[in-house]
Design a protein around this ligand. Sequence first.
Ligand code: ZN
Length: 135
Amino acid sequence: MEIYKDFRFEAAHLLPRAPDGHKCKRLHGHSFKVRIWISGAVDPNRGWIMDLGEIKNKSEPIIDELDHQFLNELPGLENPTSENIAKWLWVRIKALISELSCVEVQETCSVGVRYYGRDCASGIGSVLHEGRINE
Ligand SMILES: [Zn+2]
């Protein structure tokens, strides 16, 4: 079974590797939405997979590092696509919550990515094209 918790952050970015003339190459901002998915067995005693408060306490400080930032200035986010933001979050949250199963990053109301950590060993900077939603 899986549970999730939603978070939000506001940030500016530009995509330096977008083709010339692409609108995402210009500085702009988003109200990003992040959904943190946790997978595991339901504890028969408590009746839950994990305390949602634990997900909040461990994930929120990491997501807050992105809030009201110019993402391009953060180490590992020089090319801050949603794919790379999801991977940046995955590496940090997975270190604290081993049951993490998916990081979803939604950039606008109609566009987002899901990252399941499958190519995690390849490094933070690599570009991902896994599970784009509603492109
Ligand atoms: Zn953007």
